[in-house]
Design a protein around this ligand. Structure first.
Ligand code: PGA
Ligand code: ZN
Length: 412
């Protein structure tokens, strides 16, 4: 039994200098948990609502003091000195207290921070790791392969690159070797860009954000850096993309501004096919927009048997939305972002459905992050095939990979 003795929320800053919610929660046993929630830039329209203050005088309207207050008053009144048998029961109380589909009353940011803080405190009371609490022996605990975002475009960078994320996926048998491969490519990519006279400044997720227009040129430079690192594309490392296509879709067309062209869904699916045939691309996330289900069907039928097609905006880690997509035969993998749905329990429900239907999972950070490393434990705890936590620089990204290194010690 877990009895909540103390809960306190505060407003802290995320990696983009915007406010976010952090919660401290203590149990009567003395066990303690602290959690901070992330925030996205390319947000799916059906994500749970992140509550922000409407006060233009505080952080340009981005304050979260209302969400903080909700934790310290309404949520505190519901959970303080109450006994909860397990996470499911605790999260059900939060979901019930909010009472809305989208968590708009109390804010998904308020609710998720409390949900995760409780999970951490519960794990501590049980004297187990957070990943073990998440696994509950329902999932085989396993170390995920990192997908490292080395070039940032789209909504994450101030450059003309249309595609949001260019990731590398090391093919190594442990996390430590994967990170070593990633570091080699990262440094070679930096010197290649420098030599070509391009900027080596980084975007929101720590990847380089050069002023390039052509997707193929970006992929050529990335491939060259892999080669320079003494690695073979396809053998030692593969490439993954997040198109974040919802951001490109307007009036039935995908507008590729960098390449000065627009494509309809069928043409865009062929565009993806050409990319995967030319480069060793193992995974494409959001190849079509969240409301272009026809396009999703076309691309899944065309290349779904060759490549991982990951649903982010289209599924928003929501079990019932995922269910509709599965029925229509869209995508073959689920991106898992806890703040899209707002509690740990609901996240695991979406994961369960994905696994039951043979969909892989990729646990993901958001472009606005904190030093919280919960996603490392989530990925291990659900036995996720992949984790994407950004590049190999900037502590808000690297802290997740570093936590995986620590976790790997207890998996040996
Ligand atoms: P976001 O981007 O956190 O800005 O939504 C990450 C992603 O699209 O996967
Ligand atoms: Zn995405």
């Amino acid at each position: 039994m877990f009895t909540v003795q103390r809960v306190k929320a505060r407003q802290i800053l995320d990696s983009r200098g915007n406010p976010t919610v952090e919660v401290d929660l203590a149990l009567s046993s003395g066990a303690f948990g602290r959690a901070a929630v992330p925030s996205g830039a390319s947000v799916g329209s059906r994500e749970a609502i992140e509550l922000r203050d409407d006060n233009k005088n505080i952080y340009a309207g981005k304050g979260v003091l209302g969400a903080v207050k909700n934790v310290n008053t309404v949520i505190a009144a519901r959970i303080l000195n109450k006994n909860f048998a397990e996470q499911k029961v605790f999260d059900a109380a939060l979901i019930d207290l909010d009472g809305t589909e989208t968590k708009e009353l109390l804010g998904a940011n308020a609710i998720l921070a409390v949900s995760i803080a409780f999970a951490k405190a519960a794990a501590s009371q049980m004297n187990i790791n957070l990943f073990q609490l998440i696994s509950q022996k329902r999932y085989p605990v396993r170390m995920p392969t990192p997908m490292l975002n080395l070039i940032n475009g789209g909504a994450h960078a101030d450059n003309p690159i249309d595609i949001q994320e260019f990731m590398i996926v090391p093919k190594a048998d442990n996390i430590s070797s994967s990170l070593e491969i990633a570091a080699a490519v990262f440094h070679n990519l930096k010197s290649t860009l420098k030599k070509m006279g391009h900027s080596t400044n980084v975007g929101d997720e720590g990847g380089f954000a050069p002023n390039l227009r052509s997707t193929e040129l970006v992929l050529d430079i990335l491939s060259e850096s892999i080669l320079k690192s003494g690695l073979t594309l396809g053998e030692n490392v593969e490439i993954a993309l997040d198109i974040a296509a919802t951001e490109l879709f307007k009036g039935s067309f995908y507008h590729l501004k960098g390449e000065k062209t627009k494509l309809n869904s069928a043409e865009f699916a062929l565009y993806h096919k050409k990319l995967i045939d030319t480069y060793q691309i193992c995974s494409i996330e959001d190849p079509m927009a969240e409301n272009d289900l026809e396009g999703w069907k076309i691309v899944t039928d065309l290349i779904g048997n060759k490549v991982q097609l990951v649903g982010d905006d289209i599924f928003v880690t929501n079990k019932s939305i995922l269910e509709q997509g599965i029925k229509k035969g869209l995508a073959n993998a689920l991106l898992v972002k806890m703040n899209q749905v707002g509690t740990l329990t609901e996240t695991l429900q979406a994961v369960d459905l994905a696994y039951q239907n043979g969909y892989e999972t990729i646990v993901s950070h958001r472009s606005g992050e904190t030093e919280d490393t919960t996603i490392a434990h989530l990925a291990v705890g659900i036995g996720s095939k992949y984790i994407k936590a950004g590049s190999i620089c900037r502590t808000d990204r690297v802290c997740k990979y570093n936590e995986l290194l620590r976790v790997s010690e207890s998996l040996c």
